[in-house]
Design a binder for this molecule. Sequence first.
Ligand SMILES: [Zn+2]
Length: 279
Amino acid sequence: MPELPEVESVRRNLMDSVLGCRIESVRVVRADYLRHQALPVSQLAGRKLCSIDRHGKRLFWYFAPAACMTTHLGMSGRITLLPSSEIILAHTHLIISVEGSIHLHFSDPRRFGGIWLYASGEDAVRAHIHGRMGVDALNLRPEDLSSWRRKKTRLKPELLNQKTIAGLGNIYIDEALWMARLHPLQKVSRLSSGSRAELVCCIKRVLNASLRHGGTTLRDYRDAKANRGTFARRLAVYGKAGKPCRRCGEALRGLLVMQRSTVICPKCQSRKNQGAKAQ
Ligand SMILES: [Zn+2]
């Protein structure tokens, strides 16, 4: 947390508010949150923000003259648009002021996130995407999963692996597996091509539905305009162990997969059904 829909919601806020703006100044509050500086972050001053792309849970900020900043929100990171740089909220590590009295405050109490600076977009992409992240979950196609026929992994661990698909985490994996009626410990090699295609469809449906509601706020998450995401009330299984399945009425069950709390419907997501289906 935050996962793809939350990071994409922040990106859209930023594109609305600061795209095309010139950076006026950069204030570093906590230097060790800057994980890499191929150029000093102060040198962003005077550059223009040309675009912000997202891949998985990372944002890539492109500037002119050439420079690229990569940000990752980790577990508790926030980027907040504020009208002042004077009020420093708790756990703020960096403030970027842009023309028009807009100030971007980067905060992260748990500090699992970070900020990286590169001289070019190519350098940033090479460092963060190539060999490290698979296809972005919103661009996923069934053929991206064709190698699953030869893999020995199980579904949820494979979906959590950012090298396979970038952007998914615990919440949306549980939701997508429930929607696709697949058990999280099913071997990926046992899925038929039809089941893989259905899973791809369910992943994108869940992510797009969450995006329409500004993402999911469980506790901390806020978008860049400090709004909560309202998708939590629409979750089917995540955090709902013991409650009835909204599809069949069976009590939802909690289990641990790779130390992650996981919730399934034992009836809709029975592994028995899936063995028969897969060929
Ligand atoms: Zn069910």
